[in-house]
Write a protein that binds this ligand. Structure first.
Ligand code: NAG
Ligand code: NAG
Ligand code: NAG
Length: 380
């Protein structure tokens, strides 16, 4: 319903500037009245949408995969409950322990480089298993989540903006257009995904992202355009924004409640990303069979930016991300199977930057309540 609102307006006019069919996708949350509406009310039929994306249970992708080490039953339980309460369908992909991956099964290493730490090898293999499954089943698109992801359960309604024209990668040297979400140009209708055609990756959950600018590392190849959505109430005020980077461009340059869509640049954490079939095939090749030297998320970044010996690919992102890490109460040692998160005890569960977080509202949802608690009420 909401997803096609923009699609319909695009059918009134079509602008094709270039045959390179480059796509700019805006995945953004719709304004919803949270405190009063029952969760179910916001579910809708997607009968008018493109055939390949089901908005009711898979958020507009053909499938949702969750990468999970089967021994982490706590993570699998948490994710299963979250999916049930958020009314989405998911399928677990078994991750593996790095120790179990044979040297000869690893992508070739450049001369003089050593095998990555087991934790990184295991994480890489888990993600590759999911990507391989997308290719094997010939899925048009799939969303791949890590097993500690959290999101806003009402955000199953995504609006989409698809533009096959702007800006072409050849224009990457230009500053790029800055588009207002509410005044987007007309575009052609997508045919394979409600989020547009010809994207490789939509990086929807991360630990921070820079804008592609002339000063970002792989800027040469990355188009610089942005879509700016002001007054998105699902984005908390600036004081609550967090990033792993020293400079928070979103916080510094935009007012509170702004969400941006742009091309991937300078990013870490592969918490949630969607792949198209073409993107999955390219990833299986570049990250599965060709040289890789570092952790999966950084290799995914190289794949997107066209850095570290990989060609550029068409990857889009939103800031802040639509998926964030959920940290349950308990020993911080258990928060990651890859890196150290400390050994202190966390008294209260945390999900940053998601106002109406699903996981933070589990008890309310279990009680049948629909007035979800806003974790980050406005103060300005
Ligand atoms: C909702 O998802 C189910 C699969 O879970 C699918 O069979 C059905 O067609 C979808 N409903 C609509 C209205 O698209
Ligand atoms: C994969 O799906 C596409 C359509 O999405 C189809 O054209 C193609 O033949 C399929 N390939 C295989 C091997 O099934
Ligand atoms: C957390 O777990 C680690 C490893 O098992 C242990 O060394 C540490 O003391 C624990 N911390 C607390 C607060 O229990």
């Amino acid at each position: 319903m909401l997803s096609t609102a923009l699609g319909r307006r695009t059918s009134t006019a079509t602008i094709i500037w270039s045959s390179s069919a480059f796509v700019l996708v805006c995945v953004s949350l719709y304004l919803l009245r949270r405190s009063s509406l029952p969760v179910k009310f916001l579910k809708h039929s997607d009968d008018a949408g493109p055939e390949h994306g089901r908005f009711n249970s898979t958020l507009g992708f053909q499938q949702i995969f969750v990468v999970n080490l089967p021994e982490r039953t706590d993570r699998r339980d948490g994710m299963t409950l979250a999916a049930a309460l958020g009314d989405i369908e998911l399928e677990f992909i078994d991750a593996v322990r790095g120790e179990q991956v044979l040297d000869k099964a690893l992508p070739p290493l450049p001369a003089g480089k050593h095998r990555m730490a087991d934790a990184n090898v295991g994480s890489w293999r888990g993600h590759m298993n999911a990507i391989r499954e997308v290719v094997r089943r010939n899925l048009t698109s799939a969303l791949i989540l890590e097993d500690d992801a959290d999101w806003d359960p009402l955000s199953n309604d995504h609006s989409t903006y698809v533009d096959s024209t702007y800006p072409t990668p050849q224009d990457a040297a230009s500053p790029g257009p800055i588009l207002d979400f509410n005044q987007l140009p007309s575009t052609i209708n997508p045919t394979t995904s409600p989020y547009g055609d010809n994207w490789d990756v939509l990086w929807l959950g991360h630990c921070g992202m820079s804008f592609p600018t002339a000063t970002t590392s792989a800027a040469a190849k990355v188009p610089k355009g942005r879509v700016v959505r002001l007054d998105d109430i699902t984005v908390p005020e600036r004081q609550y924004l967090k990033t792993i980077y020293d400079v928070d461009c979103l916080k510094n340059e935009y007012p509170s409640h702004t969400r941006l869509t742009h091309h991937v640049s300078d990013v870490a954490c592969s918490l949630g990303y969607a792949v198209s079939q073409a993107g999955a095939r390219r990833l299986l090749y570049w990250l599965g069979l060709m040289e890789i030297t570092t952790a999966f998320d950084l290799e995914l970044r190289h794949f997107c930016e066209g850095s570290d010996g990989k060609p550029y690919h068409n990857c889009l992102t939103v800031q802040p991300g639509l998926f964030q890490h959920h940290r349950p109460a308990g020993n911080k040692t258990f928060e990651s199977d890859i890196s150290s998160h400390g050994t202190e005890y966390r008294d209260k569960p945390v999900t940053e930057m998601i106002r109406w977080s699903l996981r933070m509202n589990v008890e309310a949802l279990l009680d049948g309540r629909t007035d979800l608690v806003d974790q980050f009420p406005d103060t300005e």
